[in-house]
Design a protein around this ligand. Structure first.
Ligand SMILES: N[C@@H](CCC(=O)N[C@@H](CS)C(=O)NCC(=O)O)C(=O)O
Length: 226
């Protein structure tokens, strides 16, 4: 069976999590089929493959589904070895996973609240985001250098795509959520990501992302009680 028939990514091009998986797959040079999901009308296949979270990204390899971005990224790195996305050293590897998990389980859920809610709820989420970014940036600047200096790794990809999304979300919400000053590590990760050829294939044009996110928001607000 051709490789592309064996590998399917269920995603949404505007999602920073899906961008991370796509960049990882492209860096590894593997072919895959991309199935665009509609958040207001998720496909039967997506719900079947990810019944616990019902979210994208979902990667299906030889008929076997994987959900959760960090788990998918680790699977990709273990399955296609070159170039490595995670450091070899167990502690460095754990630290990369720690920060990627922080982004995906703590930071981005707050961005979802900013994106979908209004009024006091949104204001509180904006404050929470500012505090999380402040703490994260302090912690990252105090740490021993993280292994993001050797080639494009998972940490750069996850930090860079998250920054990319938070900058667009800031435009939508009319507030600066991230900047080079507020989130220097994330910012330098985006610069590194954007200087790589693969980024041009995956990162959308900024204005298109904002426009698309606004139309998705209307559909999501109509389809979920938030
Ligand atoms: N913890 C999950 C989060 C996945 C997630 O939140 N995906 C969003 C797109 S960025 C989604 O599918 N949203 C649709 C929805 O909330 O219904 C991961 O790391 O993959």
């Amino acid at each position: 069976m051709a490789q592309e028939e064996e590998l399917k990514l269920y995603g949404l091009w505007a999602s920073p999590l899906c961008m991370t998986v796509e960049v990882a797959l492209k860096l590894k040079g593997v072919n895959y089929e991309y199935i665009q999901e509609d958040f207001a009308n998720k496909s039967e296949d997506l719900l079947r493959h990810n019944p616990m979270h019902r979210k994208v990204p979902v990667l299906v390899h030889k008929g076997k589904p994987l959900a959760e971005t960090l788990i998918i990224a680790q699977y990709i790195d273990a399955t296609w070895e070159e170039p490595p996305l995670l450091p070899e050293d167990p502690y460095e590897r754990a630290m990369v996973c720690f920060w990627v998990d922080f982004l995906y389980s703590k930071l981005l859920p707050v961005s979802r609240t900013i994106f979908l809610s209004e009024g006091e709820k949104r204001e509180k989420a904006i404050e929470e985001m500012a505090e999380l970014i402040r703490r994260m940036s302090k912690e990252l600047s105090d740490r021993v250098p993280l292994p993001n200096d050797k080639g494009l790794g998972l940490l750069d990809i996850a930090m860079g795509t998250s920054y990319f999304w938070l900058r667009a979300l800031g435009e939508i919400a009319g507030v600066e959520l991230v900047s080079e000053e507020k989130a220097p590590f994330m910012y330098s990760s985006l610069v590194k990501l954007e200087s790589h050829a693969v980024a041009k294939e995956v990162l959308p044009e900024r204005g298109t992302l904002v426009e698309h996110a606004l139309s998705v928001r209307e559909k999501m607000r109509a389809s979920i009680a938030f």
